[in-house]
Design a protein around this ligand. Structure first.
Ligand code: NDP
Ligand code: 2IT
Length: 450
């Protein structure tokens, strides 16, 4: 029986590799889903008969375009822009834009594919998409970033719309970039609407959207621990990254009484054994969001250790929250977490844990939950921003955060519903993948062969 399942997955993955050659990240994301969904479809032949998984892994549309811009020295520069419109079975395409030199079609296809499942888990009417560019905002002036964003939107605007495709932020795209992109969309379309989320509050943004991914992650962690009769209080927490998700994960960890002891960027990590408190977090936010400096400066300011070129996972702690980038926690890192007695790993980033690392965590009984469940708070509040824009009103912080909390609790419940094994153990990875799949698959069945 097991041998049959394995060979079905092997055959499926060979097809995926042949159709998407060299796209390692996309293949990895599909594999993770296939491991859960293929055995599930064996018991649900209606999905298998309609070839749902094969259809889901093929993007509905991919747009690739040239982005010309001029730097401050007057040099003519060019980058590549993308939008992957993966699936709109349950709502318009929805997902962030990433500006980072490592952006490739493979990276954006993996992100768009995961987004389909994540958005489904939120229970809001949003399909999945992702886009971005290999443009590197690091070291660029505000003027250069604006020029780039205006050029990027000049092509993208004809492919998106408030009921068609609604981009937002991701790595390298924060409130500054969303502002420039929105301004250009408005000029080109002559419309003021909710085509982008993550907007500033002054021009249609939702309260709590900046905080939503990090806060949502901690609400999810609290649910996982509650089930074990435990809480975050007094637990040491490893956090990677120091961008949007990491900053608000640190903030909510403090609210829950946990002790965040690390933060990182692409150069290295800081270890603050006394904990990153509210004052130090304010410094970190100013350093990263305004000065656009390096995390090493935190160590200089507060006299703690800085580890150049390393990742935080070797530091003993109770909880690990990877909040930076894909594949940032590998098998060796997972072994270190196990030997240091870590209890729980929950992903703020998208696909930060490699498949081998996930195996190590699960085999050793560490609670592990995947990003498509745990970091869904960001896109969930983006969905709430869309609702507010459509209704042309603003909700209070309490109203939005209350809804965010309920959505994270509902995602946790869905993971339990589909991920509880015969032995009573919860496999959050399996639960999230099957729950996310079912809603989209049912919509695809209902909508016919589209
Ligand atoms: P930011 O751009 O605000 O921050 C990214 C952080 O990751 C920075 O600290 C950056 O360091 C670090 N980083 C980037 N590349 C690497 C690398 N190769 N190795 C180590 N660190 C790296 O992005 P976000 O905080 O928004 O996104 C972080 C993660 O969360 C991403 O995986 C994203 O897809 C995911 N996510 C984001 C959501 C959102 O609402 N923003 C929602 C759900 C998931 P440096 O400054 O050196 O570049
Ligand atoms: O990965 C993600 O979920 C995001 N970057 C947020 C997407 C969104 O549309 O808010």
């Amino acid at each position: 029986m097991i041998a049959t399942k394995e060979s079905t997955i092997d055959i499926f993955m060979k097809m995926v590799e042949n159709r998407n050659p060299g796209q390692a990240e996309f293949q990895q994301a599909v594999y993770e889903v296939a491991l859960a969904v293929i055995p599930f479809m064996e018991k649900h032949p209606e999905y298998k008969k309609a070839n749902i998984l094969e259809r889901m892994i093929e993007a509905e549309r991919i747009i690739i375009f040239r982005v010309p811009w001029v730097d401050d020295q007057g040099n003519f520069r060019v980058n590549r822009g993308f939008r992957v419109q993966m699936n709109n079975a349950i709502g318009p395409y929805k997902g962030g834009l990433r500006f980072h030199p490592n952006v490739t079609l493979s990276v954006l296809k993996f992100l768009a594919f995961e987004q389909v499942y994540k958005n489904s888990l939120t229970t809001l009417p949003m399909g999945g998409g992702k886009g971005g560019s290999d443009f590197d905002p690091k070291g660029k002036s505000d003027n250069e970033v604006m020029n780039f964003c205006q050029s990027f939107m000049t092509e993208l605007f004809r492919h998106i719309g408030k009921d068609t495709d609604i981009p937002a932020g991701d790595i390298g795209v924060g409130s500054r970039e969303i502002g420039f992109l929105f301004g250009q969309y408005k000029r080109l379309s002559n419309e003021f609407n909710g085509v982008l989320t993550g907007k500033g509050f002054a021009y249609g943004g939702s309260l709590i959207r900046p905080e939503a991914t990090g806060y949502g992650l901690l609400y999810f962690v609290e649910e996982m621990l509650k089930l074990k009769g435990d809480t975050i209080r007094n637990k040491k927490v490893l956090i990677s990254g120091s961008g949007n998700v990491a900053q608000y994960a640190i903030e909510k960890t403090l609210v829950f009484g946990g002790i965040p002891i690390t933060a990182s960027d692409s150069n290295g990590f800081i270890y603050d054994p006394y904990g990153i408190d509210a004052e130090k977090l304010a410094y970190l936010m100013d350093l990263k969001n305004k000065k656009r400096g390096r995390i090493s400066e935190y160590a200089e300011k507060y006299g703690c250790d800085y580890f150049e070129g390393e990742r935080p996972w070797k530091i003993p702690a109770d909880i690990a929250l990877p909040c930076a980038v894909q594949n940032e926690l590998d098998e060796d890192d997972a072994n270190k977490l196990v030997s240091n007695g870590c209890l729980l790993v929950a992903e703020g980033a998208n696909m930060p844990t490699t498949p081998d690392a996930i195996t190590v965590l699960q085999k050793n009984g560490i609670l592990y939950a995947p990003g498509k469940a745990t970091n869904a708070g960001g896109v969930a509040v983006s969905g709430l921003e869309m609702s507010q824009n459509s209704a042309r009103l603003y909700w209070t912080r309490e109203e939005v955060e209350g809804k965010l909390k309920l959505i994270m609790q509902s995602i946790h419940t869905q993971c339990i519903q589909y991920g509880t094994g015969a032995d009573g153990k919860i496999d959050y990875l399996k639960g999230a993948n099957i729950a996310g799949f079912v809603r989209v698959a049912d919509a695809m069945l209902a909508e016919g062969h589209v």
